[in-house]
Design a protein around this ligand. Structure first.
Ligand code: ADP
Ligand code: MG
Length: 334
């Protein structure tokens, strides 16, 4: 089990990480989502023992993870960090890049394990090429294969999906999902922390989802909980498309009463339905999204709502009626 207690890190005048505490059980995936500059990469470096915290501590199975100022070789033997930019060795093959992580193992095991990793990460066909000759997705998978080669207890991934196309995102997502679900035979089950600025990929595989803002971990919970019950407008926006409006501007939707008319209502597009008995609005924009259409419906001068429909007979300028189920409205403090 990995725990961090009140981690703090300041670069001159920037408080990159502020009092962050978290814990991660074996075989679990945590996703950390936050805007650029919110301290995600700094936090991963602290967790990996690759940066010194100003205050607070990291423990792996109750043993302290020390920063570079306290050890000769920075980093912890059981924790791997896959950097945003992969950091592969440019002049050696995919196979050799992975094999390097196994240099302390006996030769026959090393060859066996490399073959296994190449297959697992779908890299067998490109194993003899150097990083420059493979695609972004293949580079990413090489970096992951190298990181998991000697079965670390903790795998930390910095924006693993950001440079990938959709098929590659799905491959990497499934790879990580399968990896943590298996007992890896090394130090027990691997746990994983995935840092991302886009929650969509993380929502489906993470057991817990944390929201980072200005160096702080401002909310953490199950993905479903954070998505449906964000505590701030920021957390709501970080976890997917959302409409955030003042409750007092939505009288025609007949939402449950609140004590404070300035309270903000948080409505996900999929919680708003076209319904002949609902409030009247006008379609201001229409976007084809493949599986559905996204509509922008103006209810009044102050209010334009995004919603989804699979109907294909809608047009800009058309009047429609919309409804929100009372139980789906989620209120935020202004
Ligand atoms: P994220 O990964 O969420 O984009 P970072 O952890 O990289 O955020 O950065 C958090 C904050 O710390 C930012 O304001 C960034 O400019 C600052 N920062 C990061 N690394 C350094 C550094 N080596 N020196 C000075 N400031 C840094
Ligand atoms: Mg970063």
């Amino acid at each position: 089990m990995l725990t961090a207690t009140k981690l703090t890190k300041t670069y001159r005048d920037v408080q990159a990480v502020r009092h962050v505490s978290l814990s991660l059980e074996p075989g679990r995936i945590m996703a950390l989502v936050g805007a650029s500059g919110s301290g995600k990469s700094t936090l991963l470096n602290l967790l990996a023992g690759l940066a010194d915290a100003d205050a607070g501590e990291v423990r792996l199975n109750n043993e302290r993870v020390v920063g570079p100022s306290e050890v000769l070789v920075p980093g912890h033997a059981n924790i791997r960090l896959v950097h945003q930019e992969y950091q592969l060795m440019p002049n050696v093959s995919v196979r050799e890049n992975i094999k390097y992580a196994l240099r302390f193992f006996e030769k026959s095991y090393r060859e066996y394990r490399v073959d296994q990793l190449l297959k697992l990460c779908r890299l067998t066909d490109v194993q003899d090429r150097i990083p420059r000759q493979v695609s972004g997705g293949e580079k990413q998978r090489t970096a992951i294969a190298r990181a998991i080669a000697d079965k670390p207890a903790i795998l930390l991934l910095d924006e693993p999906f950001s440079h990938l196309d959709l098929p590659n995102r799905l491959i990497v997502r499934d790879l990580l999902f399968d990896m943590v679900r298996q007992d890896n035979g090394g130090s027990g089950q691997t746990s994983c922390i995935i840092v991302t600025h886009d929650a969509t990929d993380a929502l489906s595989i993470a057991d817990s989802l944390g929201i980072m803002r200005d160096g702080k971990l401002i909310q953490i919970g199950s993905p479903v909980d954070v998505y449906r019950r964000p505590t701030t407008a920021y957390a709501a926006r970080m976890t997917g498309p959302v409409n955030i409006l003042k409750a007092k501007h939505l009288p025609t939707l007949h939402l449950p009463d609140t004590n404070n008319p300035n309270e903000l209502v948080c409505l996900r597009p999929e919680q708003i339905h076209l319904d002949e008995t609902g409030a009247t609005g006008t379609i201001r924009a229409l976007f084809f999204k493949g599986s559905h259409y996204e509509l922008e419906v103006e209810l009044s001068r102050y209010v334009c709502l995004r919603l989804l429909t699979t109907r294909s007979d809608m047009q800009v300028g058309q009047q429609v009626r919309i409804r929100v189920a009372a139980e789906s409205a989620w209120y935020l403090k202004p």
